[in-house]
Design a protein around this ligand. Structure first.
Ligand SMILES: *[C@@H]1O[C@H](CO)[C@@H](O)[C@H](O)[C@H]1NC(C)=O
Ligand SMILES: *[C@@H]1O[C@H](CO)[C@@H](O)[C@H](O)[C@H]1NC(C)=O
Ligand SMILES: *[C@@H]1O[C@H](CO)[C@@H](O)[C@H](O)[C@H]1NC(C)=O
Ligand SMILES: *[C@@H]1O[C@H](CO)[C@@H](O)[C@H](O)[C@H]1NC(C)=O
Ligand SMILES: *[C@@H]1O[C@H](CO)[C@@H](O)[C@H](O)[C@H]1NC(C)=O
Length: 420
């Protein structure tokens, strides 16, 4: 309905409406949002660092079916306050996977242009100086429960190196942590990792002062609670995410802050309000992808691993924060159907990421009181934005869907992919 109305508006009216929305601001950002915000250790060998969100627009053009959208159809300048206007060009409805707009690198991404590298945090303050690389989104569920999403942006995701073959490169990379607060105190923390992630009690995590310490893994930037090697399966091969205490990033120092209010109708997106009149809002409603579309197998840049159509060197860029299950019931996103387990003890600091101690969390403490059922419909890639919108997405989700260690064997996954 809302979408229908949106496409009936002229571009000018829609842009004016977006600007008007910008003038509304949050009364304040509660202190606990920054006080308990996770600090992120990047890997010591990381070269694909956090990146300015607006710079992604500057360094790309919007494409549909591998063809640049006509300039006349694109707001000029295209910036974070009007990016959502592209939804109209893509005829994007409620299904993210059906939104065919791709922010495509102006310079061939396979030449690894320098803009993909992002910005090294200041060694003293941890700030990505001159680069707003994080969006912090509050969802106040009422009854003292507030979820704060720390959305981390990187311009590029370097794929896994499988014995010399890179698999899963993509332009654009959204990852996140989410801290659930009760009466202004942190209770639990979600860490996005590839298509899903891990939840911990706040107490379990390492801290600097009262701020949890998390580790962003080399290349793909999934978030882990400890440094070391974290193995997972990709196409029956064990691949290893590496985390270490490299550069320390304080995402709160260069971030946009928002509140998010879900609509009552589960099929529609919600309302974002920025912390300041100048905070751009429209981009949060963009339903397209933050990087190039997966190159076809016929493209010389592409490698279809073992010709099996389960993993490619170049995959599709991710959807944005709106697709992260922003109104989730548990601290875990509700998307995967996997039970939400909150770990109370850190895993060993190297070796496998298989949980050491597991506590099934069913207490009302870590669940939204009124929450019954699935939360938002915007939940398809609620884990990380690593590659795509998850197993049910286009074929680009194939490589990561194989890592879901839930008894879905390789061939089951292959069959599922064929069906998809
Ligand atoms: C995409 O473009 C190709 C040729 O460039 C064309 O054959 C194909 O029909 C187009 N697909 C869509 C969905 O427009
Ligand atoms: C909300 O979602 C619709 C699609 O469901 C999209 O077209 C629209 O741009 C989004 N944002 C707003 C403010 O309606
Ligand atoms: C990941 O680590 C395991 C165990 O050390 C090793 O057997 C495997 O070869 C590594 N995988 C890759 C892709 O290097
Ligand atoms: C993969 O398939 C293509 C055509 O389908 C073929 O030309 C190529 O030799 C195959 N490569 C391998 C490694 O099997
Ligand atoms: C959002 O979550 C609340 C529980 O906190 C629930 O009552 C509401 O129906 C949800 N809204 C949507 C749009 O899913």
């Amino acid at each position: 309905m809302r979408f229908f109305v949106a496409i009936c508006l002229s571009l000018e009216v829609a842009i004016a409406a977006a600007r008007l929305e910008n003038r509304q601001t949050l009364a304040n950002i509660p202190d606990f949002v920054t006080k308990y915000a996770p600090l992120v250790y990047l890997d010591e060998n990381e070269i694909y660092l956090p990146s300015d969100i607006q710079a992604q627009l500057t360094n790309t053009y919007p494409a549909l079916n591998f063809t640049q959208l006509p300039k006349a159809d694109v707001p000029s300048p295209l910036d974070l306050s009007d990016l959502e206007q592209l939804n109209i060009q893509g005829n994007c409805g409620e299904d993210f996977d059906a939104c065919p707009i791709y922010l495509t690198s102006k310079i061939n991404a396979a030449t690894y242009p320098p803009w993909l590298n992002g910005v090294l945090p200041d060694p003293v303050t941890g700030e990505t100086v001159g680069a707003t690389s994080c969006a912090i989104i509050l969802n106040d569920h009422g009854n003292g429960i507030v979820d704060v999403y720390y959305m981390y942006f990187y311009a590029f995701n370097l794929g896994d190196n499988i014995y010399g073959q890179l698999l899963g490169n993509h332009v654009g990379d959204w990852e996140h942590s989410m801290v659930r607060f009760q009466n202004e105190l942190p209770i639990s923390v979600w860490l996005s990792q590839h298509e899903y992630g891990q939840a911990f009690t706040y107490d379990a995590l390492s801290k600097q002062g009262v701020r949890p310490i998390i580790y962003s893994a080399l290349g793909g930037h999934p978030n882990y609670a400890v440094p070391g090697i974290h193995s997972r399966e990709v196409a029956i091969i064990l691949v290893n995410d590496t985390t270490s205490a490299g550069p320390l990033w304080d995402p709160t120092l260069s971030a946009y802050f928002y509140s998010y209010t879900p609509f009552s109708d589960e099929n529609e997106n919600g309302t974002f309000v920025g912390s300041e009149g100048t905070t751009p809002v429209g981009w949060l409603n963009f339903e397209g992808r933050w990087g190039d579309e997966q190159y076809p197998d016929s493209d010389p840049r592409q490698v279809n691993y073992l010709n099996a159509s389960i993993a490619w060197e170049w995959e599709t860029g991710p959807t944005g924060p709106l697709d992260k299950d922003l109104n989730r019931t548990d601290v875990c996103p509700s998307a995967s159907g996997t039970p939400c387990v909150t770990l109370t003890v850190l895993p060993a600091s190297s070796g496998s990421s298989v949980p050491v101690t597991i506590t099934r969390t069913t207490s009302t403490q870590s669940s939204v009181p009124t929450g019954t059922g699935g939360g938002s419909s915007r939940s398809s890639s609620a884990g990380s934005t690593g590659t795509s919108t998850g197993a049910a997405a286009t074929h680009t989700g194939a490589a990561v869907s194989l890592n879901i260690n839930i008894g879905l064997g390789l061939w089951g996954a292959v069959v599922a992919l064929v069906i998809l």
